[in-house]
Design a protein around this ligand. Sequence first.
Ligand code: GDP
Ligand code: MN
Length: 405
Amino acid sequence: SERPVGSRMDSVFESGCRDPLEEAQKPRANAAFVVLARNSELDGVLSSIRSLERHFNQWFNYPWIFLNDEVFTDEFKDEVKAATSGKVRFGTVPAVRWHVPAENDDPLFFSEAIEEQGDRGIMYGSMPAYHRMCRFYSGYFFDHYLVRKLDWYWRVEPDVDFFCDITYDPFKEMEAHNKKYGFTIMIKELINTVPNLFRTTVAYAKKNDIKLPDSWSLFSKDLEIARGTNDHLYRDVKDKDQFWKKLQGRVPLYRAMRWSDTNEDGIDSHSLKVLADYTNGGGLTNVPADRFDNLEYNLCHFWSNFEIGRTDLFQSKQYRDYFHFLEESNGFFVERWGDAPIHSLALGMFLNQSEIHYFRDIGYRHSTLEHCPANSINQRPYSEGPRYRHGYSKQEEDYWLKFDS
Ligand code: GDP
Ligand code: MN
């Protein structure tokens, strides 16, 4: 297939099988699997362990690290130890790292924000634990004392499957090829979980004068203010020409209208509030309303339930500053920012695309989505079809083409 201009294609480390016993004679990386899980997820955890042990770790014996906001039960620990070939460590996440600061500082604000997202049907929006988990994976997992000393982590979740044997050491190959982050699946985020994430990220990049590398283009696209894409939102406007003229100069207002476009019922009460906020120059706390480029998030992200990455990506001062900036904006509870788009946008700001590896040869399933190499090294990353109405989808960029061969 045709290679788009500017693409930075990386290739598979190995297109066939190596002899894993021979590979296992070579030195290991300073790496481990990292699994955040609840005691109640023991069955799913065992299932993931068995899959990965069978297809990879029976030869390589990398250690496993399990983290939990509660103490693991003896049953959990015993069963996990019996299923793993490498060393196993269990760690607790201290409450100060797990809870969102607002839970203590302003409990009413916190709980109302969470409840409100439930009312609006935001996926997982009404679950405080989910917000905590996303924040933990965004800002703290790499600082846990068990993870901190690693060079590499491989994130694993309960109930995932690996389909194909992985007969080489991905950490060592990544080291050898100067890769810093690897993924198997790219998908689009639900826009109503992250309405202000991109805007806040751009504000951070501007404030710190970050020179955006080529990988930034994986995640951003030009915002086109095209008349006629949101008809149902301004059906009551009398002088439509005048309205559009005004709108052209108001990217924030236009953007707010586009968010509401994701709601099948048309404009909802939240969108109206957002519109009003923007019209009044409001919004999140640390993002002045004039901090806008004519850019928007294409919603693409690396699906973070599978990740193989360097811990120092996130331990760097620049990533910590970025996380802190995000934290200050309250988006971890006022919105339901996922760690996946946050990791991805950070990679977009801090890495060259050549430092990102697409593990197209790793067969992987999580929930209903899977990536199957299908004996083809040219397989494109999984991407969901357009989920938007006509008018919006035509502006969608084929972001995954940038990883095509
Ligand atoms: P999804 O994949 O986005 O549907 O989210 P999951 O429910 O799978 O959660 C992502 C990861 O965080 C999984 O590894 C979960 O086991 C873990 N996780 C989520 N919430 C909690 C929690 O409250 N406590 C602990 N210890 N782990 C959690
Ligand atoms: Mn999951």
